[in-house]
Design a protein around this ligand. Structure first.
Ligand code: B12
Ligand code: SF4
Ligand code: SF4
Length: 327
């Protein structure tokens, strides 16, 4: 029989910063999720409205699921450099290796090791794309607590965390979840700082979030959001940058960022992006989570950021490019 301590050790040996185990229960937040969908807060992410029964109950994801092993990688810190002139900003999670690959590779190795120890049970690795409320289970497993910006926050090292999980039919003792206490109190910094007013406590209107607009939204972006998007061309970090839990302390300084996420590109020259062809895009995004954004989306985002940049800076070459730009 597998023991939780064994599993935790294995996950730590594979470099995960945080590990915990919880029971594979139904979501406590089903009515909130249904109301979120009803209010169309998922925008064009129609896949969120599919498989609702699976998302709400991990037993429908893995038949006979009993436990969920939750893991987190630390991918960044609040330190940041000012982007050079004429550059568009990239969210921290996408600046290094693609987290899907970085986490899945290690989760598959862990699943293989667990199958060797326990051949009777099923182990399914999930990172992001499976219909599973990764944050709810991570909080239940004691990895942290959910903040008003809806992100999972570890109250010592903050929220620059990517999550993954292994859903299993094996029975594992749940770890304690004493970290799952309200991390916010009366704070409203993320709500006040969000440029598009996408946050109400514990709910993000996906259809207004700059992360959604730049990465998930395929068609034209409503002009009312253009100015608020500022220089972001892939994702947005504002509601994490302002969070008190992400400010530098002795603990956060000592907490290691996993080497696979070390920043390769924190910003891109807007003129270069506007001049890219498909091959340029492919070369620039090799091995990166940024490949989710197609060429027309990246150029749409860059054109918006360029207009925002030109509103306060002179750049005749960029100005000429934008004047002749299609949209
Ligand atoms: C869809 C999605 C998005 C959408 C919608 C965001 C959202 N807040 O829902 C968009 C594209 C906007 C997005 C943006 C980002 N995302 Co995203 N996203 C997802 C995805 C694929 C599904 C999330 C989901 O189901 N949303 C639907 C809403 C309703 O669910 P929820 O907010 O998770 O709510 C749950 C609980 O909060 C709870 N709940 C409801 N009411 C209440 C009330 C209280 C008091 C509490 C405690 C809980 C609670 O109910 C829900 C069900 O359990 C997950 C991966 C996954 N499979 O979980 C990644 C994920 C959430 N994203 C992630 C990241 C990193 C980001 C960005 C930071 C990327 C960036 N820098 O641009 C931003 C952050 C924006 C933000 N503040 O949320 C990480 C978050 C890690 C963390 N530390 O929490 C995840 C977990 C991916 C991963 N594998 O690590 N994302
Ligand atoms: S990621 Fe940016 S736009 Fe989205 S909720 Fe956070 S601050 Fe608002
Ligand atoms: S900024 Fe404040 S309100 Fe928002 S998640 Fe962080 S602690 Fe909570």
């Amino acid at each position: 029989m597998l023991h939780t301590d064994q599993v935790i050790l294995l996950c730590k040996e594979h470099g995960f910063a945080l590990v915990g185990v919880t029971d594979a229960q139904k979501s406590k937040w089903s009515s909130e999720f249904e109301a979120w969908l009803e209010a169309k807060k998922h925008g064009e992410m129609l896949w969120l409205a599919n498989n609702v029964d699976v998302r709400l109950d991990p037993m429908n994801l893995v038949s006979g699921a009993v436990s969920i092993i939750c893991v987190a990688d630390r991918y960044g810190s609040s330190n940041d450099e000012t982007p050079p002139p004429r550059h568009g900003k990239i969210a921290r999670y996408a600046r290094g290796g693609d987290y899907h690959k970085v986490m899945k590779k290690r989760l598959h190795q862990i699943c293989d090791a667990l199958r060797q120890l326990d051949s009777k049970n099923e182990f399914r690795a999930c990172v992001d794309t499976a219909p599973l409320f990764e944050r709810e289970f991570a909080a239940a497993a004691g990895l942290g607590a959910i903040g008003k910006n809806t992100l999972l926050i570890d109250q010592s090292i903050g929220s620059w965390l990517m999550l993954g999980a292994i859903v299993t039919t094996a029975t594992l003792k749940a770890t304690d979840n004493k970290n799952d206490t309200d991390p916010c109190g009366s704070c409203t910094k993320c709500i006040d700082a969000c440029p598009t007013d996408a946050i109400t406590p514990w709910s993000v209107d996906g259809s207004k979030c700059i992360s959604y607009l730049t990465i998930e939204h395929r068609s034209e972006i409503d002009p009312t959001f253009h100015e608020q998007m500022g220089q972001w061309i892939f994702g947005c970090d504002i509601c994490q940058e302002v969070c008190p839990h992400n400010q530098q302390t002795q603990k956060t300084r000592c907490a290691q960022v996993h080497s696979a996420y070390e920043s390769k590109t924190s910003s891109l020259d807007l003129l270069e992006v506007l001049n890219w062809n498909e091959e340029d895009r492919r070369n620039a995004f090799k091995g990166s989570a940024m490949k989710r954004a197609k060429l027309d989306m990246m150029q749409r985002n860059a054109a918006i950021a360029a207009k925002n940049y030109l509103a306060h800076s002179d750049d005749p070459v960029l100005q000429e490019k934008i004047t002749s730009w299609k949209s």
